[in-house]
Design a protein around this ligand. Structure first.
Ligand SMILES: Cc1ncc(COP(=O)(O)O)c(C=O)c1O
Length: 488
């Protein structure tokens, strides 16, 4: 572990080329590795030697990125996986079996709620959901001898609840269990949960860490600080693993017991591996993370302040605003800003916010690039719950959300331009069938938010241009069947 600042780790961490070696992290696009003797390979299989034997379990490109993320978070080891979902699933399954349970804050990403409430349930694991307003005693009353861990998100997606890491770490440790924190929104640039007592961190690297909307990925980081032998509660780590030649993870791997088990047992058996190419792209994203995240936060802060002064806006949810209920917690855990996502509601509620499916579809395609660095504001959406069910259903009320993904400095006056850019970049992913609806909806949206003038006109023109494009493509389609399949 180095003493470098995080900015330096983002650029220099992980890959350390020797004299004459490639300056940029190489992509080891190989499933297997060559060894001179069967004994050497045997030692690798027996976990007696360091090295790579099969890329389902480990790979040199991934290893460098894992080392970088571990260093960024201040952990003893990290493991990349194929997605954020895989990270949370693996983090839980590594120490939880059928018949046991975990406690999770309810205000977390909707996909994780599904994973916990539906899929884990089918696997015989019960997830007990706590709310942020519950007292310690109320949460303790949900625990029993089969409770394995406590889970929360540093900043919840999309409810933007800030997780009181120190409080929940104390609560978990009082009952000899680890605290697992999904640090996707904050990233280690804004918050390093291990410094507040968290034991395991997970990430959807798909978002800010990648930052270019190129690869889906996830990561688990082990703080190395949790004592797995305490009270004999975690025999899977402290007694022989018969599926791995009787290895006892805490004895053989000390502080890295959890992450080693996750790799050699979970990754080996479930195979939710990240590819070397994906790890390479993720590494490129990590190199600029420290710059991008700061800018995301500055932009979000400005927009949140602007929205909160707009009389068409009923409420703005962003912890950077002094009157936000999570402002104090955000200041404590993320003094440099909490994330680039804001949510807000319009005066008039659902009916004022209601838009056609066209705009919602536009935003849904924008959501794919939600945290992309190169785009302008990725989407401004005013929609109701059903239209964005997958992404936003946890909010439970009418929602207007603004997603910021701009790397350059954002002035509030650019908002309309942002919308226009959003259209330009994502238009081809929109079903052309809804363009006319989109036009009407956008006009309504811009009226509601009081956008006037050139930008507004350009925005509308852009949609009209797309309608013309649609017509042109429809003509082409007659000659080239299938050309529109990608778009419709
Ligand atoms: C906080 C959080 N955790 C996990 C996930 C799931 O990540 P992925 O989409 O990479 O599977 C997401 C996705 O949005 C998320 O926001």
């Amino acid at each position: 572990m180095s003493n470098y600042k995080l900015d330096t780790i983002c650029v220099q961490g992980g890959y350390k080329p020797e004299n004459g070696e490639a300056r940029t992290l190489p992509i080891y696009q190989s499933t297997t590795y060559k060894y001179d003797s069967a004994d050497h390979l045997g030692d690798l299989f027996d976990l007696k030697a360091d090295g790579h034997m099969y890329s389902r379990i480990s790979n040199p490109t991934l290893a460098c990125v894992e080392a970088k993320i571990a260093e960024m978070e201040g952990g003893v080891g990290a493991m990349l996986v194929s997605s954020g979902q895989a990270a949370n699933l693996t983090a839980v399954l590594n120490i939880t079996s059928a018949g046991q349970n975990i406690i999770s804050l309810a205000s977390i990403y909707g996909g994780t709620v599904n994973l916990f409430a539906v899929t884990l349930k089918k696997m015989g694991i019960e997830v007990r959901f706590a709310t942020p307003d519950m007292t310690d005693e109320e949460i303790e009353a949900m625990m029993d001898e089969n409770t394995r861990l406590l889970f929360g998100e540093t900043v919840a997606n999309p409810a933007l609840v800030v997780f009181d890491i120190e409080r929940y770490a104390k609560l978990a440790h009082k009952h000899d269990m680890p605290l697992v924190v999904d640090n996707t929104f904050a990233t280690p640039v804004l918050c390093r949960p291990f410094e507040y007592g968290c034991d395991i961190v997970t990430h959807s690297t798909t978002k800010y860490m990648d930052g270019h909307a190129t690869v889906v990925g996830g990561c688990i980081v082990d703080s190395g600080k949790f004592d797995w032998s305490v009270g004999g509660r975690y025999p899977e780590l402290t007694t022989p693993d018969e599926s791995y030649h009787g290895v006892v993870y805490t004895e053989s791997f000390g502080p890295a017991a959890y992450v080693t088990k996750a790799r050699v047992q979970m990754l080996r058996d479930m195979g939710n591996t990240m590819s070397p190419m994906a790890a390479f792209l993720l590494n490129l994203g990590l190199e600029t993370l420290h710059l991008r995240v700061k800018r995301h936060c500055e932009n979000a802060q400005r927009i949140a302040e602007w929205l909160s002064q707009n009389d068409k806006v009923a409420w703005v949810n962003y912890s950077g605003l002094p009157d936000n209920p999570y402002h104090a917690l955000a200041q404590k855990y993320m003094p440099g800003g909490s994330c680039g996502v804001i949510s807000f509601g319009l005066v008039g509620g659902r009916s004022a916010a209601e838009l056609n499916t066209g705009l919602a579809n536009l935003i849904q395609s924008g959501l794919n690039r939600l945290f992309g660095a190169g785009q302008s504001i990725l989407g401004i959406l005013v929609c109701h719950l059903v239209e964005l069910a997958g992404a936003l259903f946890r909010l439970g009320h009418d929602l207007a959300g603004l997603f910021l993904g701009r790397i350059e400095h954002l002035a509030v006056g650019n908002l309309g331009a942002g919308l226009q850019l959003c259209l330009t970049h994502h238009a081809l992913h929109i079903s052309f069938r809804i363009l006319h609806e989109l036009l009407a909806g956008s006009q309504q949206l811009l009226r509601t938010l009081d956008f006037h003038g050139d930008l507004c006109a350009q925005f509308i023109q852009q949609i009209q241009h797309l309608i013309a494009l649609q017509n042109a493509l429809l003509c082409t389609k007659r000659q080239t069947p299938g050309i529109l399949n990608h778009f419709i």
